[in-house]
Design a protein around this ligand. Structure first.
Ligand code: SAH
Ligand code: SF4
Length: 358
């Protein structure tokens, strides 16, 4: 398939932010330069976040001139930044080189911060409660665009707000942009890259079954979240349309395979929508579904999206649902304000800005 953002077809000028160390070494070898230069370049691009090859002052002038001929450094442009009044959350709107926009969110305190990054412009899955899916998919993000969100935000805050965790829960379905996302995860994780521990990286998927099997074989130690949101096919197909292609039984089989192959636990995400998936029958179905599974269940109160016909259950209903889960022996965590702010990343800021500019 002709995919313009695919890493397979590299342009004549390579984007340094999308290259792994072995690929940088190859580039350097092609230029007949010593191998250690690749490590120096990685440290400028990922460690210091330089904007141009000319800033790589420990490379010789000749090498820099040569590098210009074969490579460049792409940049996201910050167009909007807003701070939440309720919590230490900052949202960023970045413009990509073709004028498309994506959202990134930084949430946390002074020393512990989580960045929520996007992987696609828009999303083809079209979950009924999500702002990202409303206008469908525009395009996949490139590896460098995914990685650059972390580099740019780290540059803005520096040591004041170090980034400890990365959650791939912004706009887009990461497993639908598999190769670029995997390459980005490897760069974010690598010691020569952004140096964020694998267990501090969480990828969330709506449930692309074949890709979950593929992911299990990668032998990466990062955390996997699966957006379950309902425990019966009728309800799930209504709110997460991909369920019609990969129903719950197939999804759970893929999850069991993932847990067995990787020996990791899966976190199931469950956005609580009043009257849709917060009923007593849902507790019963969840209990049956998760029996014999290694899992965590994470309840996320719905973050209302303007124009969508869903409501967040009130505190009393939320508590009753969670207590019923406890009584049914289901291990559950609740992501309150924190999660709501993170999930506000999911296409909502971009949607607001697009509506405002017509
Ligand atoms: N596409 C992936 C990752 C991005 S969405 C996925 O669906 O898993 C990250 C999480 O935010 C998902 O669990 C998603 O269902 C949830 N989410 C989306 N819109 C939301 C909203 N309005 N309120 C609360 N959670 C939302
Ligand atoms: Fe896409 Fe995830 Fe939003 Fe569903 S919840 S539309 S998969 S971004």
């Amino acid at each position: 398939m002709n995919n313009p953002s695919s890493q397979a077809e590299r342009p004549a000028s390579q984007d340094l932010k999308s290259l792994m160390l072995p690929e940088l070494k190859q580039l350097i070898a092609d230029m007949k330069e010593p191998e250690y230069r690749a490590g120096q370049i990685a440290s400028w691009v990922f460690g210091k976040g330089v904007e141009s090859i000319d800033q790589m002052t420990n490379l010789s002038k000749t090498l820099r001139t040569e590098l210009h001929k074969h490579a460049h450094i792409s940049q996201l442009h910050l167009t909007h930044q807003s701070k939440s009044r309720r919590s230490p959350t900052t949202k960023f709107l970045f413009e990509l080189e073709d004028g498309q926009t994506v959202e990134t969110v930084l949430i946390g305190g002074s020393q512990r911060n989580t960045i929520c990054i996007s992987t696609q412009v828009g999303c083809a899955i079209g979950c009924r409660f999500c702002a990202s899916g409303l206008a469908g998919l525009v395009r996949n993000m490139t590896t460098s665009e995914i990685v650059d969100q972390v580099i740019q935000v780290r540059r803005i805050f520096g040591e004041r707000r170090p980034i400890n965790n990365v959650v791939i829960m912004g706009m887009g379905e990461p497993l639908a942009n598999y190769n670029n996302v995997m390459q980005a995860v490897r760069i974010i994780n690598a010691s020569w890259g952004l140096g964020i521990g694998a267990r501090k990286i969480t990828l969330s998927t709506s449930g692309l079954v074949p890709k979950i099997y593929e992911l299990a074989k990668e032998h990466l130690q990062f955390e996997l979240s699966v957006s379950l949101h309902a425990a019966d096919d009728k309800t799930r197909s209504l709110i997460v349309p991909i369920n019609k292609r990969y129903p719950i039984k197939a999804l759970m089989q893929a999850c069991v395979d993932y847990v067995t192959t990787t020996n990791r636990i899966i976190t199931f995400e469950y956005v609580l929508l009043q009257g849709v998936n917060d009923r007593f029958t849902d507790v019963k179905n969840l209990g049956a579904l998760l029996r014999n599974m290694k899992y965590k269940l994470n309840i996320i109160p719905y973050n209302p999206v303007k124009g969508l016909p869903f409501e967040t259950p009130n505190e009393r209903r939320q508590t009753a649902f969670i207590e019923a889960l406890h009584s049914a022996g289901i291990k559950v965590t609740v992501r309150r304000e924190r999660g709501r702010d993170i999930n506000a990343a999911c296409g909502q800021l971009r949607l607001e800005r697009e509506q405002a500019t017509g």
